[in-house]
Design a protein around this ligand. Structure first.
Ligand SMILES: CCCCC/C=C\C/C=C\C/C=C\C/C=C\CCCC(=O)SCCNC(=O)CCNC(=O)[C@H](O)C(C)(C)COP(=O)(O)OP(=O)(O)OC[C@H]1O[C@@H](n2cnc3c(N)ncnc32)[C@H](O)[C@@H]1OP(=O)(O)O
Length: 219
């Protein structure tokens, strides 16, 4: 007998499988401020045309800052527990490349429940550039992958992406408000079918579908 993927009332707590889980509200405000500062630094470094002496001095200052932080390193695989506005719990890696709250590389994108699924407002700056003035298609795929995977998880069916299809409908500009939406469209055994879109000014610039395969957890 096969059984279609069904939402679970209670998501598996990664702590029960040996993962370290940090409640999002326990991330120190000082760490969040540092991560924001580094994000800004990356954008500045990527675009600066400062003189060589200023560049060298800045590199030294950054090296000193890095030295101050190097000692205590959080292990890879650490997870964060967050709460949707409807009170639902979500887990993800704390350094997730799209939505990890302590990852300076992540835009970041904070998805929340909205009607049929999840949505978020976000902006991608010049760090995510592909064609001139436009967002790199790989980053749009990453944003969709995250939103689609999170939609499955938010519906009580966390899993891994087995397949992701993306259609790029219009160029997506940098530095403008964007919106991503995602929802579950069906299930078949362990497969969870999801779809989603990225919009700018109400127009779809990229859309995608994915198959998430539900995690098989040890009893
Ligand atoms: C341990 C406790 C942790 C608890 C954590 C709790 C929550 C956290 C979990 C999720 C996090 C929440 C939010 C979402 C976050 C992130 C979103 C980004 C997601 C990613 O960034 S994720 C990274 C990229 N992702 C991978 O790294 C996957 C590599 N891959 C594999 O690990 C295997 O490949 C796997 C597991 C996918 C399947 O392997 P498997 O052995 O378990 O299952 P199997 O092969 O039997 O497939 C079962 C059914 O899927 C069909 N199927 C398989 N592959 C297909 C394909 N490509 N196209 C079409 N259908 C496909 C089969 O045809 C069969 O279908 P059918 O039932 O009809 O026969």
């Amino acid at each position: 007998m096969t059984v279609d993927a069904q939402p679970v009332a209670e998501k598996p707590d990664p702590a029960e499988y040996g993962f370290t889980v940090v409640p999002e509200e326990q991330i120190p405000a000082e760490l969040s401020a540092l991560v924001d500062r580094v994000r800004s630094l990356m954008d500045t470094a990527a675009h600066t045309e400062a003189a060589p002496e200023a560049l060298s001095a800045a590199a030294d200052a950054v090296a000193k800052a890095e030295e101050m932080l190097r000692g205590d390193r959080r292990p890879i695989g650490t997870m964060v527990r967050s709460t949707y506005s409807d009170g639902g719990t979500e887990y993800g890696t704390i350094t997730n490349g799209v939505s990890g709250p302590v990852n300076p590389l992540a835009p970041p994108i904070a998805l929340d429940k909205d009607g049929e699924g999840l949505r978020a407002d976000f902006t991608l700056n010049g760090l995510y550039e592909g064609p001139p003035g436009l967002v790199h298609g790989g980053w749009l795929a990453a944003v969709l992958d995250q939103a689609l995977g999170s939609a499955a998880s938010a519906a009580g069916m966390p899993g891994l992406t087995a397949n992701l299809d993306v259609d790029y409908r219009r160029p997506t500009p940098l530095n403008v408000p964007l919106e991503v939406r995602a929802r579950v469209t069906g299930t078949e055994r362990r497969k969870v079918f999801v779809s989603g879109e990225i919009r700018h000014g109400g127009e779809v610039t990229a859309e995608g579908t994915a198959i998430m395969v539900r995690l098989e957890l040890p009893e």
